[in-house]
Design a protein around this ligand. Structure first.
Ligand SMILES: Nc1nc2c(ncn2[C@@H]2O[C@@H]3COP(=O)(O)O[C@H]4[C@@H](O)[C@H](n5cnc6c(=O)[nH]c(N)nc65)O[C@@H]4COP(=O)(O)O[C@H]3[C@H]2O)c(=O)[nH]1
Ligand SMILES: Nc1nc2c(ncn2[C@@H]2O[C@@H]3COP(=O)(O)O[C@H]4[C@@H](O)[C@H](n5cnc6c(=O)[nH]c(N)nc65)O[C@@H]4COP(=O)(O)O[C@H]3[C@H]2O)c(=O)[nH]1
Ligand SMILES: Nc1nc2c(ncn2[C@@H]2O[C@@H]3COP(=O)(O)O[C@H]4[C@@H](O)[C@H](n5cnc6c(=O)[nH]c(N)nc65)O[C@@H]4COP(=O)(O)O[C@H]3[C@H]2O)c(=O)[nH]1
Ligand SMILES: Nc1nc2c(ncn2[C@@H]2O[C@@H]3COP(=O)(O)O[C@H]4[C@@H](O)[C@H](n5cnc6c(=O)[nH]c(N)nc65)O[C@@H]4COP(=O)(O)O[C@H]3[C@H]2O)c(=O)[nH]1
Lengths: 77, 77
């Protein structure tokens, strides 16, 4: 399963964790010059960095992103 | 500088090195489901694997790909 972040939901999210995820995603968007603005798929390896940012274990990172409503749901619209 | 392979030129190229580069690119294309068919940009880290395939040092890989005519030239058409 790929880690696909919903950038629309990320912009609407509030709180310190959402802010940190926003900052991490911005760095990747700028490195790529990827301004599609809807979704951003990151590397499996990035879960390690996100876990450190969110203060969770690597295996809790995807559930935490899901709880925050930040994972892209392809069938949700 | 990104390593951008010209897939049109790769299809026209002949010889054992071109065949090995073709095989390596196919693996990446299938992993990504990326069938744009024109260009494929690979990771800097992949130069190590390509060097092993081409039997060159890592620093000679880009010049070798260039000699083989496989690097995408944005202003060439
Ligand atoms: N579809 C696809 N294409 C891939 C993949 N890996 C590399 N590429 C392609 O290869 C280019 C160079 O990758 P890089 O040398 O690792 O250099 C990358 C890398 O250092 C960093 N980067 C970009 N996206 C990510 C990401 O999601 N996570 C991390 N950790 N770094 C990233 O920014 C540099 C530039 O990125 P791009 O402009 O996107 O340029 C990327 C992209 O066109 C992949 O798994 N799937
Ligand atoms: N801009 C952007 N769009 C995203 C991202 N993640 C998902 N998508 C969207 O969802 C499809 C699947 O993306 P993928 O898993 O990265 O899989 C992609 C990717 O591996 C590769 N690809 C497509 N365009 C590029 C590109 O400009 N550069 C590189 N390096 N790879 C690309 O081809 C595959 C198929 O692409 P598509 O079906 O045309 O379209 C993409 C795109 O519409 C993202 O981080 N940024
Ligand atoms: N060595 C190498 N392996 C490659 C390359 N392209 C794809 N792969 C492998 O194939 C998996 C799926 O790639 P994707 O569909 O493009 O799906 C990718 C893509 O949508 C995005 N991504 C990762 N790195 C980059 C990057 O540097 N630039 C861009 N634009 N997107 C990236 O994150 C998704 C998941 O990445 P991973 O978990 O790393 O998982 C990647 C990686 O294991 C490549 O050029 N070189
Ligand atoms: N993971 C993911 N990332 C995406 C996707 N579409 C675009 N991107 C990201 O957004 C950047 C800009 O894409 P672009 O200008 O639409 O358009 C791209 C595209 O038209 C073309 N291109 C270059 N390399 C590739 C490649 O490996 N595959 C594909 N399909 N197109 C590529 O050149 C431009 C610059 O490409 P990049 O340097 O790779 O830089 C890409 C890549 O980092 C996607 O579907 N998935």
């Amino acid at each position: 399963r790929k880690v696909v972040i919903d950038l629309v939901k990320l912009r609407e999210a509030e709180g310190p964790e959402a802010e940190m995820v926003t900052r991490y995603m911005s760095i990747i968007q700028v490195k790529r010059q990827d301004f599609n603005g809807r979704v951003l798929t990151i590397r499996r390896d990035d879960l390690q960095a996100l876990a450190a940012i969110l203060g969770s274990g690597v295996e809790e990172t995807i559930p935490r992103l899901d709880e925050l409503g930040l994972l892209f749901q392809p069938d949700a619209d």
